[in-house]
Design a protein around this ligand. Structure first.
Ligand code: SAM
Ligand code: SF4
Length: 353
């Protein structure tokens, strides 16, 4: 049995007042920010066609926050009322010693300060880490898989191996992790596999969420041809399956239906065709300590300087408050021929999904 006890975990180097409950994070529209997504690395062992170009230039390692600094930053957010933390990337499990951070942050689950710590992963490293993740209090993960066909999987991810991901999925389920599968809907690529993906996910007791492709960062190709509005997809699914709207939420922007034939859930994340911003409760932080108040806008705040300026969290807390005062009401992604360029210049792997 893997445990989360790790003698290598030293106390975070900077002083963190673990009991310091600071002002909650509330934006100008009255939205309480209780959800933080942290991209722990911009690197990845895949090169998904809609996410990255094949020859990506990644950040120099020296620009990254150390794991201790990421721990301190997450703790500062938790002290300000963040209850749910999702680690993402790039591929979070390729960051060196990532389990150190996860083990260290699990103290906030033990104390009750954090309700949930989750992960979004491509699954390539799950065989190695699934048991340890469970032992550290992780109970749910999102696993991204866009196709069940090995050749197509290779074509979409460029460098991925579906066998490895399936082994990871098996290991995760064996370890007791609840799985949600994420599928980016790609017109002409995986829209012929929708039924198979539903059967596959629900056959394994996993929920399945479809995501619209978002115009983020330059990729090698054109997104216009691949954009598939989920309203179309939902209509197609409803012609073959019995859909029932349900109020189920996981804290994210997905709207769920239950499939009568399987009893499983299908979620739709529709940043393009439906504005999900009214209920936005989240902010994102990159591995260099840049905070983005909205996935679809470029405005950002540097938290690395205040993090490094003082050993206590006063400056970080102030910087977070100042940034939140600028959180926009929403984004306006557009994909069409006239707007065939990224809405935001950074790639999804910078801020994570
Ligand atoms: N590497 C991990 C993974 O793939 O799950 C975590 C990071 S990845 C950026 C998070 C999610 O964003 C994945 O489900 C991925 O499919 C999705 N994604 C990446 N680029 C996207 C884009 N341009 N539009 C929509 N979803 C995207
Ligand atoms: Fe890597 Fe995830 Fe982007 Fe695919 S979607 S390239 S797995 S970060």
């Amino acid at each position: 049995m893997t445990t989360c006890v790790n003698n290598d975990i030293k106390k975070p180097s900077a002083t963190v007042d673990e009991n310091n409950s600071q002002s909650p994070i509330i934006d100008p529209f009255g939205r309480h920010i209780t959800y933080l997504r942290v991209s722990v690395t911009d690197r990845c062992d895949f090169r998904c066609v809609y996410c990255m170009s094949e020859n990506m230039t990644f950040l120099p390692k020296k620009d990254l926050l150390s794991l201790e600094e990421l721990d301190r930053l997450c703790t500062a957010f938790i002290n300000k009322g963040v209850k749910r933390l999702r680690l993402t990337g790039g591929e979070p499990l390729v960051r060196k010693n990532i389990m150190w951070l996860i083990k260290s942050l699990s103290r906030h689950l033990d104390s009750g300060a954090l309700n949930e710590m989750t992960l979004t992963t491509n699954g390539s490293q799950l065989s190695r880490f699934a048991e340890e993740l469970y032992a550290c209090g992780v109970r749910r993960i999102n696993l991204s898989i866009d196709t069940l066909k090995p050749d197509k999987f290779k074509a979409i991810t460029r460098w991925g191996d579906i066998e490895q991901v399936m082994e990871g999925l098996n290991a995760a389920q064996k370890a007791g992790l609840k799985i949600k599968l994420n599928t980016v809907a790609l017109k002409g690529i995986n829209d012929d596999e929708i039924d198979d993906l539903i059967k596959f996910a629900h056959g394994r007791g996993a929920d399945l969420t479809f995501i619209e492709t978002m115009p983020m960062g330059d990729i090698d190709g054109d997104r216009t041809d691949r954009y598939l509005p989920l309203s179309t997809l939902r209509k197609q699914i409803s012609e073959r399956w019995t859909l029932k709207d349900i109020p189920y939420r996981t804290g994210g922007p997905a709207q769920y239906v239950e499939i009568g034939e399987t009893g499983g859930k299908v979620g739709f994340i529709t940043p393009m065709s439906h504005n999900f911003c009214e209920s936005c409760n989240r902010v994102r932080v990159t591995c260099t300590g840049i905070m983005y108040m909205c996935l679809g806008q470029d405005d950002a705040a540097d938290l690395r300087a205040p993090l490094r300026a003082q050993d206590n969290d006063a400056a970080i807390s102030k910087a977070i408050d100042e940034a939140i005062a600028r959180k926009p009401k929403g984004h306006d992604f557009i994909i069409d021929r006239e707007n065939n360029r990224p809405a935001v210049s950074r790639h999804m792997s910078v801020t994570g999904g």
